[in-house]
Design a protein around this ligand. Structure first.
Ligand code: UD1
Ligand code: MG
Length: 464
């Protein structure tokens, strides 16, 4: 047996930390909300980056906050109670931002990956490639790309002889010759965690912007004989968000990826471009999604579920073999058990619909439990709110609720009960009982004919 195979994989894994820069102002968003808290797929941009590094198994994540620090910190805590933040005040550049993380990083990390909170679409594979380049001997790994318009991106300067990366020059500081370089800095860097603090201490703000540039680490490492490397990715991965137009473009990229992932995961999307996903949407196998469906945050869908056109779902769980819509609205706390059906113009909120139960037409079911196999007739409404408090409606198993019934909560309907159509039910109904909650129908024979004659005469008299 080889020596390697006797060691635990955990002990072998190089340790890494992620540092996410999120202190910048984001003026061009023209918003009271800090830039990194604007959402893509209903998850703040900084949350996308946090989620990606968590999935890669980061040993530590530190988010650098500055502008609107308290608001950003609060949101970050909501996303991940374990995430650490460091304050950068004032904001003196990307290198200065990473310096704020140094005391929290320690000196035993193999890799420190620096990312931007406003660049949410980096793929985990790309970070894995960058970390591999560290294993292959680079002290600094830069994420490069060839943008359509290099504009104000930093340019990656390579040695003409060896092709090795020697320097990153910010556009503001670049010569004409350097500005012609097509390979640009995407912003993400993977750095030797044991050397990082030393390198950062050598940064100076002697440049066009008067900032401490993180990008200077390439030249600083090079001066010590430590090589840098470039990992190249597509432009759509490194697209940053500076204004709302770029936000919508990033959203589009995210949605395209989510649709492809859903389809490759075994869901059929009949018109993928019309389906909107959230970052946390979970779909099972053999799910069919018809056109124009919106998945808000917190939706979990089991296997063999059909979601018909124009349905809007959020905060809900659909067990296998359930069917929803068309035109259904499932709000937070809706839970459909195996095989349940929710049909057109039905709204469900904070309610469990039992296995095989049906709510097929024009209903509102809120703060309720519907037992297995019960049938809720068209137009049934749970009157759950009295203007001050919410109340529960409990419906047992195998119950039949006739159409146009108001269930005035709090109210409990026993198993196998039958409620007559058009009832207003404000008192509990016992198991196996038949309940009427409406005026008894009465009938006057011939009275319609008499009435018609009288009215016709009244009309003739009026004209003459
Ligand atoms: C940076 C790179 C540039 C690269 C580009 C890619 C440097 C010096 N330049 O330029 O080479 O092509 O990204 O998009 O790194 N931030 C802080 N604190 C600060 C300054 C920035 O947290 O003091 C954050 C910002 O909020 C932002 C990120 O760091 O999320 C990048 O800063 P930004 O000012 O956009 O850098 P660029 O000029 O775009
Ligand atoms: Mg930028």
């Amino acid at each position: 047996m080889s020596k390697e195979s006797t060691r635990s994989p955990e002990a072998d894994d190089p340790r890494f930390a992620a540092v996410i820069l999120a202190a910048g102002r984001g003026t061009r968003m023209r918003s009271d909300l800090p830039k990194v808290l604007h959402s893509i797929g209903n998850l703040p941009m900084v949350g996308h980056v946090m989620r990606m590094v968590a999935a890669l198994g980061a040993d530590k994540t530190i988010i650098i906050v500055g502008h609107e620090a308290e608001q950003v910190r609060g949101a970050i805590r909501g996303l991940d109670a374990q995430a650490q933040t460091a304050l950068q005040e004032p904001q003196l550049g990307t290198g200065h931002a990473v310096q704020q993380a140094v005391p929290m990083l320690g000196d035993d990390l193999d890799d420190v990956v620096v990312l931007f909170g406003d660049t949410p679409l980096i793929r985990p594979e790309t970070i894995a490639n960058m970390r591999q380049a560290r294993r292959d001997g680079a002290g600094v790994v830069v994420l490069g790309f060839e943008p359509e318009t290099p504009g104000r991106y930093g340019r990656l300067v390579t040695d003409v002889q060896t092709g090795a990366l020697t320097q990153i020059v910010e556009a503001k500081d670049a010569s004409e010759e350097q500005l012609a370089i097509r390979l640009c800095n995407g912003g993400v860097m993977c750095l030797d965690g044991r050397r990082l603090a030393g390198w950062l201490s050598q940064l100076s703000a002697d440049n066009a912007a008067g900032e401490y540039y993180l990008t200077d680490l390439v030249a600083i490492a090079g001066a010590q004989g430590v090589p840098s490397a470039v990992v190249v990715c597509d432009e759509d991965e490194v697209q940053g968000v500076n204004n709302r137009a770029e936000l919508s473009h990033a959203e589009e990229t995210f949605q395209e990826r989510a649709r492809v992932a859903a389809m490759l995961g075994g869901a059929t999307l009949q018109a993928p471009d019309t389906v909107y996903f959230s970052a946390d949407t979970v779909l099972g196998r053999d799910v069919i999604v018809e056109p124009n469906v919106v998945f808000g945050p917190g939706v979990v869908v089991g296997d063999k579920v059909t979601i018909r056109a124009f349905s809007h779902l959020e905060g809900c769980a659909l067990a296998s073999h359930t069917q929803v819509g068309p035109y259904a609205r499932l709000r937070p706390g809706a839970a459909l058990e195996e095989g349940a059906r929710v049909g057109n113009f039905v709204e469900i909120k904070n309610a469990a619909i039992g296995a095989g139960a049906k709510v097929n037409h024009l209903s509102y079911i809120g703060d309720a439990q519907v037992g297995a196999r019960s049938n809720i007739g068209a137009g049934t409404i749970t009157c759950n709110y009295d203007g001050y408090l919410k109340h529960q409606t409990q419906i047992g198993e195998d119950v039949f609720v006739g159409s146009n019934t108001s269930l005035i909560a709090p109210v409990t309907i026993g198993d196998r009960a039958n409620i007559a159509a058009g009832s207003a039910i404000s008192q509990d109904v016992a198991a196996d009982a038949l309940a009427f909650g409406r005026a008894r129908q009465s009938q006057l024979p011939q009275r319609a004919a008499d009435l018609r004659k009288a009215l016709e005469k009244a009309k003739r008299d009026r004209k003459s």
